[in-house]
Design a protein around this ligand. Structure first.
Ligand code: PFF
Length: 477
């Protein structure tokens, strides 16, 4: 029997697969993209942001930001990536060759390098906490906040774990798209969900959980202000891996047959579900740690200071605590790994596609540079005094790591997302973008809504927030 003729999209796909790699399946992509989205942002950053920004008020605004801004921007990034099959700089250049729009891609590459530098430090803490949990450091008698302080203040542990994590990241990315990133994400993400669910059950049944729960779940609309909106939008971009081209890069390995709309919906849905669950795990536990919800907790160390208390309340002590604690931190480290590889992949894809570097050389060099940039962050939680108080915002001292997160994790991603909207909806053109989405989704029922959100709603909303930030920088915290 004759083999059926390959369709044009199959021909394009197989050429692309040969040249730069392609996801093994749609599900593989969803796991990998969800792997990029789900990470420290969900479990370390989201609960802290929620605790500092009014709990339920934050949650509500966050969900609105994901639905009306995050998802449209994610679809825009995936569309641009798949259409051009390039890294962020190359992708933007090929749809708008004129002008300076490509600088948005360059900003994304720099932002990837910068976020990776401190992300690896925090991910290193999770590795350190695996060791601490297994060696039964967290007994009910010890104060985890003090322990975290001592750990973060130890320069050699900070550097050591930062180095180990960055090395792991480099190894995965050298493995390439399918073998490295996709295979791991498929196993890790579902396991993380199961452990998280069990910990949520324990946390919401803890003595005193109700105050944290009501703070998190019953909205007080009077708490909604510009500070909450800025925090929620910034968190949405960070958590969904938007604004720096990670989804452009991941989209560039997608097949023409894939439905981009359902992919974006699955990834954003899974990411938000995990973040909301992480809030349910952390916020009720604040009371146990003697922390009042709603009072500014600041700090990068919040979950490291709070969660060990939940582990020490698990049944069958000390084994319950050790098993759950270790499983949690191992999974968190792995979730961080699948996110960090996407940060590294953005910079690597740029050097491979634009500069013709070999993947191995590009990855190793980027890993080394990012490690070096991360050293001040690693030392900024107590090991070196002046790095712990770089600037003072509203009487609060801000250390190097927090400063990097504000500049790159919040400001740069927000600005980058604005540029993506402008590039896709205006400079490239919403009609062309819509056509690209229709490969794999010919009807594209929500096309009109998407274009409207991307053209008007997202840019106006993001610009308003950026202008507000210039007028009152203290709202970014
Ligand atoms: N989304 C990741 C997280 O929530 O941990 C962090 C991240 C990855 C941000 C990739 C940006 C990015 F491009």
């Amino acid at each position: 029997m004759d083999k059926p003729e390959p369709s044009s999209s199959q021909i394009i796909d197989s050429a692309a697969a040969k040249k730069r790699g392609i996801w093994g399946s749609k599900l593989g992509f969803i796991f990998a993209a969800a792997g990029s989205a789900i990470g420290l942002g969900n479990i370390w950053r989201f609960p802290t942001e929620a605790a500092n920004n009014g709990g339920a008020a934050f949650l509500l605004i966050y969900i609105a930001c994901v639905l009306f801004i995050g998802m449209p921007v994610m679809l825009a990034e995936l569309t641009l990536g798949r259409h051009t099959r390039k890294d962020p700089v190359g992708a933007i250049r090929s749809v708008v060759p004129r002008g300076l729009w490509w600088l948005a891609g360059a900003l994304g590459v720099i932002t990837g390098l910068a976020i990776l530098s401190y992300y690896s430090v925090v991910a290193g803490w999770t590795l350190g906490y695996v060791v601490k949990t297994v060696s039964h450091t967290f007994t009910p008698q010890v104060d985890p906040a003090k322990l975290f302080g001592a750990f973060a203040g130890s320069w050699w542990q900070e550097i050591l774990y930062h180095a180990i994590f960055m090395a792991l990241c480099v190894l995965v990315v050298i493995g390439g798209v399918k073998a490295g990133i996709e295979r791991w994400s498929k196993i890790l993400m579902p396991t993380l969900l199961v452990v998280l669910l069990l910990l949520v059950v324990r946390s919401v049944t803890l003595p005193g959980a109700s105050s944290g729960l009501s703070f998190y779940l019953s909205p007080d609309f009077s708490k909604i202000n510009m500070k909450v909106v800025v925090a929620a939008l910034g968190q949405a971009f960070f958590s969904l891996s938007l604004g720096m081209g990670a989804m452009i890069t991941y989209g560039s390995y997608l097949s023409k047959k894939d439905n981009l709309v359902t992919s974006a919906a699955w990834v954003s849905g899974a990411d938000s579900a995990i973040a909301i669950l992480a809030g349910l795990m952390v916020l009720p536990a604040l009371a146990l740690a003697g922390i009042q919800p709603g009072v500014d907790q600041g700090g990068a160390g919040l979950i490291f200071a709070v969660l060990p208390r939940v582990f020490s309340q698990m049944p069958w002590q000390p084994y319950g605590g050790i098993i759950f604690g270790a499983a949690f931190f191992i999974l968190l480290a792995l979730a961080a790994l699948t996110s960090a590889v996407s940060l590294l992949e953005v910079v690597t894809a740029y050097l491979v596609d634009e500069k013709g570097w070999k993947r191995r050389r590009a990855t190793t060099l980027v890993g080394a540079v990012s490690f070096a940039i991360g050293i001040p962050s690693a030392l900024s939680l107590g090991a070196v005094g002046w790095l712990s108080s770089m600037v003072s915002l509203q009487g609060k001292e801000i250390g190097f790591l927090d400063l990097m997160d504000k500049l790159f994790g919040k400001l740069s991603l927000t600005f980058g997302s604005l540029l993506i909207c402008l590039i896709v909806a205006w400079a490239w053109g919403s009609d062309k973008a819509r056509k690209e989405v229709q490969n794999g989704n010919p009807r594209f029922v929500l096309g009109g809504l998407w274009v409207f959100l991307l053209k008007y709603v997202c840019p106006v909303a993001i610009m308003t927030i950026l202008v507000y930030l210039v007028v009152d920088p203290s709202v970014i915290r």
